[in-house]
Design a protein around this ligand. Structure first.
Ligand code: ADP
Ligand code: MG
Length: 304
């Protein structure tokens, strides 16, 4: 097969692992920087050009769209879909997962366990907002954040009021969430491919920190997950429409709750902790599923 991986840099761990796994299995694979692509809007003959070349003949695309280029990156994925090329994660699913509010609303509608959450833009009624989600302690998040940046624990009502006030001053959309203290600085990352969790790790925050992000100094270990956690993770990925996903779960007293669903889950932490060849499993999935014109309905998608 001829595979394109949409990624800004071939040196990134996940990108280079996917490239070598594809080559080992006898495929041709190219790293394409999505922001260097330019496209035509055409009914009959949609094209993507890349540094002067007309890209053609691809059987599958692996999108690894960075959060900072979501808007343009998903447009490139959508163009591949219009050209009939199989995309492991479709553009609409990537866009959904990048919007925390939209994700939580979709998951809630389908009955997935979530931390009690509220969101706001510019309300002055901070105290009522805090009470609406059950009061302090609570976690306040900037909607656009990733890697733990913009996620703050407010231990008291007063602290919550001032954090929310500060975020409001920045004119930011914010999420106010019940603090799951019983998870004690840990979360579970489930790596989903298709309808299976193929690996899972427990991430533990460094001492004195509640955020378990590896970028915030957290550490990763293999973990055995429960059947409830397994089904929560696979259902969450399916609801988002993602074939490859990293589903982050907190272990709460009321069972597993989903924190977020990532459409470009990193391979480094989870491959190193579990010793599994996840890149190889992604390519295996593509071999079994890639077909031309498999995108559900481009027209429907463009209307969504
Ligand atoms: P980001 O998208 O920046 O990674 P997250 O929502 O995943 O933001 O939050 C970062 C980390 O903070 C999580 O991995 C988790 O360890 C901790 N955390 C987030 N929300 C909660 C919560 N409601 N209760 C307890 N811990 C939380
Ligand atoms: Mg996270």
């Amino acid at each position: 097969m001829k595979i394109a991986i949409l990624s800004r840099k071939r040196e990134l761990y996940s990108t280079s692992r996917l490239v070598s796994a594809a080559k080992e299995r006898g495929h041709k694979i190219r790293v394409i920087d999505p922001v260097q692509c330019y496209m035509n809007i055409s009914v009959d003959n949609p094209q993507i050009h890349y540094k002067g070349e007309n890209l053609s003949g691809f059987d599958a695309v692996i999108p690894r769209i960075g959060a900072s280029v979501t808007f343009y990156g998903t447009a490139v994925v959508r163009q591949f879909e219009m050209m009939g090329v199989y995309c492991v994660n479709e553009s609409i699913a990537i866009s959904r997962s990048r919007d925390k509010l939209r994700s939580l609303q979709l998951l809630a509608r389908k009955g997935i366990g979530l931390p009690v959450s509220g969101f706001a833009h510019s309300t002055q009624y901070t105290s009522d907002l805090i009470d609406m989600v059950g009061g302090a302690p609570l976690v306040v998040k900037l909607l656009q954040g990733t890697q733990g940046i913009g996620v703050v624990l407010a231990e008291t009502h007063k602290a919550a009021e001032s954090v929310i006030g500060a975020f409001r001053g920045m004119k930011a959309n914010l999420l106010v969430q019940e603090f799951i203290k019983e998870s004690a600085g840990t979360d579970i990352r489930c790596f989903v491919i298709g309808d299976r969790v193929i690996a899972s790790i427990k991430r533990t925050a460094k001492p004195g920190e509640f955020r378990s992000n590896l970028h915030q100094g957290g550490s990763a270990n293999v973990v055995k997950i429960s059947p409830a956690e397994r089904s929560t993770a696979t259902r969450a990925a399916k609801i988002m429409g993602l074939k490859v996903a990293g589903v982050d779960i907190l272990r709460s007293n009321n069972g597993p709750v989903v924190m977020e669903v990532n459409s470009s889950p990193g391979l480094e932490g989870i491959e190193k902790a579990t010793g599994k060849d996840i890149a190889n499993l992604v390519i295996d999935f593509i071999e079994k599923n890639a077909r031309p014109e498999k995108t559900k309905s481009v027209r429907q998608k463009l209307n969504a």
